[in-house]
Design a protein around this ligand. Structure first.
Ligand code: NAD
Length: 430
């Protein structure tokens, strides 16, 4: 008898979340079969010339989970541990995320198995162009629109856009989002996901009758999402006391704490472009350095996992501090189903990923609208529209959760899946 432990599968987790909602909504077999798997998926090789003249083959994936409500939309990750399983899960979550904030887009996701830490900018550019050469026929403003994600940036998006436009012989700024401002990018996109997380935290605290000024929070990650979430949280009057990040020099993570409050601008002076903090420099700035996992056991009111998937698990969920009242999932899929049950039983107010981190895709949608019109809004207009959209999505989810006496995650899923199923039915797919 084999005693091998089955490896964690994000896609199986995404499917089991869907199965539960399908049961509650009493979906028929056709709808279940359609939605628990992607509509289309692509797995391909990207031959790339390296700086030393050799050719290296990188593996690329793109999954289009469902596009009944509009073109597929979703980020593109560069990560050495990227798998098709992970990309499938993320694509499915994107379908629900677009539906919960009620934007007319479907769900997609992509990835390339590579580690940008060990690649020159020229090599990264050639991977981006190679990705578009492989996928160009199956992507585009009306088909599937990528965006930045883990370890990809506005620069990567611009290289991809340039390749796409070269292939098509025309300007197509609506092909991709997360572009640099001034070359088709939207004001506010960089801030959007982190700010969106905090708009939902603000509303949750209001629902719980807690004044944000008296609260403190701990964040996992110090990349794009976390940096802006920490910044806005502090501007709104809260005290961020901990962030954690990956240290590529010794291949482990560390938590950085300051009880008087983290100053983002100060910490950014010792942070690299991957969200990695320089340990000795941070200590010099007065930060206490702890093992990476300690972000979860801080004595705070709010936890924001904003690094990676599967970070709050059966193994560490009992370390969540007794004072924690709200968890806002900045990352995608950071909480395992076992840990989620414990959090639910403890009565902690969970703002689930598909709602909490939907600010990024919402602003990407604004960017696409602006790109297609070739008319760009100022930052206040973008952030005002973002706040309105996030707040209204939060209200719908919290209203349903309250009315039915259900967990916020379940309420968000019910709203999202119901909207997608209706679109599939109206189109006559199921
Ligand atoms: P990023 O690459 O900018 O930052 C990731 C951060 O996590 C870095 O600080 C890194 O050091 C840290 N990290 C990595 N492994 C860690 C570990 N084991 N322990 C502690 N810290 C660790 O990525 P990002 O754009 O901020 O994305 C973070 C998460 O949010 C991902 O799950 C992503 O899918 C999700 N997300 C991002 C966006 C977006 O617009 N950027 C939108 C929605 C969801």
């Amino acid at each position: 008898m084999s005693t091998a432990v089955k490896p964690f599968s994000s896609f199986e987790m995404a499917q089991s979340q869907f199965d539960h909602v399908a049961e509650v909504l009493d979906l028929d077999e056709g709808a279940c079969d359609l939605l628990r798997n992607p509509l289309r998926e692509f797995s391909f090789a990207i031959p790339t010339r390296m700086d030393d003249g050799t050719i290296k083959i990188f593996r690329g994936f793109r999954v289009q989970h469902n596009d009944a409500r509009g073109p597929s939309k979703g980020g593109l990750r560069f990560h050495p541990m990227e798998t098709l399983d992970m990309v499938r899960a993320l694509a499915m979550w994107m379908t629900w995320k677009c539906a919960v904030v009620d934007i007319p887009l479907g769900g997609g996701k992509g990835g390339v198995v590579c580690d940008p830490h060990n690649l020159s900018l020229g090599e990264q550019e050639r991977i981006c162009r190679g990705f578009v050469r492989q996928m160009g026929r199956n992507m585009g403003p009306a088909l599937d629109v990528p965006a930045p994600d883990v370890m990809t940036s506005a620069q990567h998006m611009l290289w991809m856009l340039d390749e796409f436009e070269a292939i098509h012989g025309s300007h197509q700024p609506g092909f991709i989002t997360g572009k640099p401002v001034g070359i088709g990018g939207s004001q506010g996109r960089t801030e959007a996901t982190g700010y969106g997380v905090m708009f939902t935290v603000r509303e949750a605290l209001r629902d719980l009758d807690i004044r944000i000024e008296g609260t403190s929070a701990s964040f996992q990650g110090f990349g794009n999402v976390s940096q802006y979430a920490v910044r806005l949280y502090r501007e709104m009057g809260g005290t961020p006391v901990c962030v954690s990040c990956w240290d590529q020099r010794d291949g482990t993570s560390y938590a950085y704490t300051k009880r008087s409050g983290i100053d983002v601008d100060e910490l950014l002076t010792v942070t690299d472009r991957f969200g990695g903090i320089n340990r000795p420099e941070a200590e010099r700035l007065g930060y206490k350095v702890l093992p990476g996992d300690d972000w979860i056991s801080q004595d705070v009111d709010i936890l924001v996992p904003a690094a990676l998937e599967n970070q709050v698990t059966a193994e560490n969920v009992l370390r969540v501090g007794p004072r924690v009242k709200v968890i806002a999932e900045g990352a995608n899929g950071p909480t395992s189903p076992e840990a989620d049950r414990v959090i639910h039983e403890r009565g902690i107010y969970m703002i689930p990923d598909l709602l909490a981190n939907a600010g990024g895709v919402t602003c990407s949608y604004f960017e696409q609208v602006q790109s297609n019109m070739n008319f760009y809004w100022d930052k206040d207009e973008v952030l005002g529209k973002l706040d309105a959209k996030m707040t209204s999505a939060y209200m719908s989810v919290s209203d349903l959760a309250r009315k039915r006496g259900i967990y916020m995650r379940e309420a968000a899923y019910l709203i999202a899946v119901d909207r997608v199923v209706r679109a599939c039915r109206d189109r006559g797919w199921v």
